[in-house]
Each structure stands twice: as structure tokens, then as C-alpha cells.
Design a protein around this ligand. Structure first.
Ligand code: GDP
Ligand code: MN
Length: 402
């Protein structure tokens, strides 16, 4: 789960990490009062979306007066911001952060993540901060400083000095960096974060260190013990189908292809996607209905797949071990009663009650093609999706959705 910049900055404040003073608004009309409250004569207006690269996309603007702040807030609020990280459809802007501007001397980079191989929290830092850290990592990886913190020993002063000297800091800045790294490390551990990124970490014109941007990603598997953090979730920033899947306890991930896949078990789901690829197709999603799938949950899964307008054919691949194939068939029939299915369906059922399942599908008025083996199933679904695509001439509006 990702947090917004303003939420991350509030966490930073809680852990003593200096950030610019700012307020969030949801309407342009509220912007003028916020400017008065913050004081000063210039403000930074920042679109709040779960994607970086806002600066280059017009989502971070330095406004010269109150009217300009209001104008920028009006332009951004309600719009979708497309950045190089947001995907082509962009993300909706429903909140805008207004901050006091900072006079920047240098832009640095500092982040924390988990180094799984080393079993340590890893600090990464670079003197080349700001908007192009990806290019630094790709072209000059030696300019990225790394220190790994031993969980029992904690962050050591020599590690702070290594980062500080690598960043070209001096004097009191070294102690400031130590306090900042200490706060970030405590935040990272206490919140069960998976990533904390400060880009840029700036040296201000007066020589102080300040976190100008803040990004916090949390480990979903630890959210059960962070109710307060969980409540910061912004579903509007998340893939709608993935959020719906989560509510039904389905493991669903959107992909770029056009073959919907309904599979039980993560391993079989991965193998199914490989197989579809091998036979020249492209999966529209990863979907694991889980071991304890009920007919109702399968129906939800099926509806979810069909709600994706990209889907040209659906492959159902079930190995009935714990899950019974007749329940899966019941779920499919139930889903199809509720939504119109405009795409071909290929089903491979194997294992417990497979015969009953196949008989139920055959008895329904569904145009289902069955396959006896995985290879046959992949072959059939790839051919079906290609035929479907050709027959509708790439018209995105006619999919299998309701
Ligand atoms: P991102 O592009 O989504 O990562 O958004 P950032 O919050 O990192 O802002 C992008 C860039 O805008 C920063 O790298 C800065 O160069 C610039 N910027 C942001 N806030 C200020 C500010 O208060 N003063 C100045 N001069 N530049 C700022
Ligand atoms: Mn940034």
C-alpha cells in the first residue's frame, strides 16, 4: 500500500524529520485561506497522486501569488495527472498540497528499502538527487552509496559519516543527516515499510537539510497491525479491479494482454500465464481464486475478468485438489447468469469432480470449449482470442463486459 506525499510528510514530522510547512486542500476555493495561514508571498502547489515524476508532468508548480495558487489548484483538482510512472491513463487528483517554497542549494537522494539477500534495511543515497535518479542508477551506479543496517546493532555513526561524506555534507549537516537517517530508520521499522524515499533531500540556501518530497510504501502483509496507517488508504489511486478483487479475497493483478485467466493456485496461475505466452498469447491478468474457492467467489472472479474491456477470451484452468471442479463450474454458470458473456471461454478442469463440472458446463447454454490438456487449452484460447480480435477489428468498446 502506498501513501500520498502529504501523509508521508506527516509521518516524517512524527519522527522528527524536517519537511516544509504545508496544508492539503480538496477544493480550489480553500487554497487562498491556506496561503494566508502558511504566510509568505510564494507557494508550491503539488498534485497528490501515487506516482512520481510529477515535476516533469506539470504536477508541481511554483506559484507567484495567491491567484496563481488558486488557478493551479483549480487546474489540477478533478483532472488526471499523467506522469512517466502513472500509466497512460494517469491518476486522479483529488487533493493538492500547498507548501511554503524552499530555496534550494543542492538536491540529493536518500531512500530505505529491504535488502532481502542481506536481511538488512538498506540506505541508498546519491549526491545526484532530484528528478533523474533512475538515470543515475542505470548509467552511473557507482554514484549510489549503500549502507546496510544490522538489525541488532542499529544505525552506526560510521555509516552516517559514510553517507554524509558521499553526499558532500559538512559541519553541522553531518549531525542533521544522522538525526534524519535515525528518524527514517525508526519510521521504516515501526511502520513495516517496504520503501521510504526522499527525493529530493535538499540542502537549503541557508545550509539546512530538508525532505522536500516524501514517499512511503507499506508492506501489505503487515497492515493488520497498523490500523491507523491502513485508514490512510486512497482507493481512487489503486487499480479498481485489484481493489475489488481484494475485497473478495482474490489474488488478482491486471496485466496488458487480452486473455483473461481464472486459475486456482498461484503456481498454476504463473504456469498458465507462461503457457499462454508460449503459445503466442498475452494474459490480461493473473488471478488465483485460492484453494478454498466457493461458487460465489468464482462468480466474482469471473465477473471481474469480464469487466476488463481488453479481454477477448477467457481461459479457466482448474486443478481440483482441495477445490472441487463442480463448484468452479457452478460459479461460472452463476456469473454468466448475471453478466453477458461476449467472449469465447476455454475450460480445462482436472481432478476432483472434473466430470461433474464439465457436465454442468455442457448442460448450460454457455458456449464453452473444453480442453483435456494444458497445451490444448492454451492453443485453443490463443486461437479464440485472435479470432475474436479480428472479428471486431480492435474496437475496444466491445469486450466481454456487462
Ligand atoms: P516528483 O517530480 O513527483 O518527484 O515531485 P517532487 O516533490 O520531487 O518535486 C519535483 C521537483 O520540483 C523537485 O525536484 C524540485 O526541483 C522542485 N521543487 C519542489 N518543491 C520546491 C520548492 O519548494 N522550491 C523549489 N525551488 N523547487 C521545488
Ligand atoms: Mn520527488
Amino acid at each position: 500500500m502506498n501513501l500520498h506525499e502529504f501523509q508521508s510528510k506527516q509521518l516524517f514530522r512524527d519522527y522528527g524529520i524536517p519537511v516544509p510547512d504545508g496544508r492539503v486542500v480538496t477544493t480550489a476555493d480553500a487554497a487562498a485561506a491556506v496561503c494566508a495561514e502558511l504566510g509568505g508571498s510564494r507557494w508550491v502547489v503539488k498534485a497528490q497522486v501515487h506516482a512520481g515524476g510529477r515535476g516533469k508532468a506539470g504536477g508541481v508548480v511554483l506559484a507567484e501569488d495567491v491567484a496563481h495558487v488558486v488557478e493551479e489548484a483549480r487546474r489540477l483538482l478533478g483532472a488526471r495527472l499523467v506522469t512517466h510512472q502513472s500509466g497512460p491513463e494517469g491518476l486522479p487528483v483529488t487533493q493538492v498540497l500547498i507548501e511554503q517554497p524552499t530555496a534550494i542549494a543542492r538536491e540529493l537522494y536518500l531512500s530505505l528499502l529491504v535488502d532481502r539477500a542481506a536481511e538488512r534495511i538498506l540506505f541508498m543515497a546519491s549526491a545526484s538527487g532530484g528528478m533523474d535518479i533512475e538515470a543515475v542508477a542505470a548509467q552511473t551506479p557507482e554514484r549510489i552509496i549503500q549502507v546496510r543496517v544490522h538489525p541488532a546493532a542499529g544505525l552506526q555513526p560510521y555509516q552516517v559519516r559514510r553517507v554524509a561524506f558521499g553526499l558532500g555534507l559538512e559541519g553541522a549537516q553531518i549531525a542533521s543527516l544522522g538525526r534524519m537517517m535515525d528518524g527514517l530508520y525508526r519510521l521504516f521499522s515501526a511502520c513495516d515499510a517496504s520503501l521510504v524515499e526522499v527525493n529530493p533531500l535538499v540542502v537549503t540556501a541557508s545550509g539546512e537539510l530538508l525532505a522536500l518530497d516524501a514517499k512511503v510504501n507499506l508492506d501489505d502483509n503487515a497492515l493488520y497491525r497498523h490500523a491507523a496507517l491502513e485508514s490512510l488508504r486512497d482507493p481512487a489511486q489503486e487499480d479498481a479491479r485489484e481493489a475489488k478483487a481484494k475485497a473478495h479475497e482474490l489474488n488478482y493483478i491486471s496485466l496488458d494482454g487480452n486473455i483473461g485467466c481464472l486459475v486456482n493456485g498461484a503456481g498454476l496461475a504463473m504456469a498458465t500465464m507462461d503457457l499462454v505466452k508460449l503459445h503466442g498469447g498475452a494474459p490480461a491478468n493473473f488471478l488465483d481464486v485460492g484453494g478454498g474457492a466457493t461458487a460465489a467467489r468464482v462468480a466474482e472472479a469471473f465477473k471481474l475478468i469480464l469487466s476488463d474491456p481488453k479481454v477477448r477470451a477467457v481461459l479457466v484452468n482448474i486443478f481440483g485438489g482441495i477445490v472441487r471442479c463442480d463448484l468452479i463450474a457452478e460459479g461460472i454458470v452463476q456469473a454468466v447468469r448475471e453478466v453477458r458473456v461476449g467472449v469465447p471461454i476455454v475450460v480445462r478442469l482436472e481432478g476432483t469432480n472434473a466430470e461433474q463440472g464439465l457436465a454442468m458446463l455442457a448442460a448450460s447454454d454457455l458456449a464453452v470449449e473444453t480442453a483435456a490438456s494444458l497445451t490444448e487449452a492454451a492453443d485453443k484460447v490463443v486461437a479464440a482470442s485472435a479470432a475474436r480480435d479480428a472479428s471486431i477489428g480492435g474496437d475496444q468498446s466491445i469486450g466481454g463486459h456487462q
